[in-house]
Design a protein around this ligand. Sequence first.
Ligand SMILES: *Cc1c(COP(=O)(O)O)cnc(C)c1O
Length: 239
Amino acid sequence: MEPIRSTLQKNLDSVHQQISAACQRSGRQAGEVQVVAVTKYAEPAWFLELAKLHPTFGENRPQQLADRQQQLPHIRWHLIGQLQRNKVNLALRHASMIHSIDSIRLLEAIRAASDAIGFKPSILLQVNLSGEATKSGFSPIELIQSWPDILRISSGLPIEGLMTMAAESDDPESARPVFRGLRELRDTLSQRPDSIESGLKLPQLSMGMSGDFLTAVEEGATLVRIGSRLFSGLETSPS
Ligand SMILES: *Cc1c(COP(=O)(O)O)cnc(C)c1O
């Protein structure tokens, strides 16, 4: 078997090459897109090696993120999975960005905790554009209607953009309307006078995973969350 490191490097290189090509196709600069390496299924040996090659990791669970952040403090850790309000302090202490703010109540809890303990990670609001009941997130209508409240609650917190997940599918094209919808929603929100007055530009769009990140890049993703694709070809150690 190849060493873990060379497999990871090959996978990373190929992801970056494909992102560059997708940027070229769509008139974007490759430097506008950051890869968040999702480590939730990775064995320790894998993410420890990956940490020598790549600076930004994503985790779904706050406790696992906190444990791994302490193990690898030079990595920027992004929380991408659902956050319960009782885990907000943990998330604030260990995450540099939280992608998954899916309700006003959670935003309020983050604001309160951030005021109390002084940690201010960048935050993204999660939007459910696929309409699946199993996915969390604001509906587009809810986000637009609550926008004045969101601006008021988040004042002083860096809301940097929006995040979404497309429905699972073997066809990446099926995700395109969802990704385009997120970009259009961002444009709508960022052009509002109240957003402009608050200085909220919403530059970040977190969208696209292993199966659909190229479509997401073509539609304007600035953060792609890639897990399985980075670890393909690695063999799970026998337990
Ligand atoms: C697991 C996960 C990913 C990465 O999924 P892959 O298909 O393995 O690339 C991205 N985003 C979220 C929210 C996830 O839970």
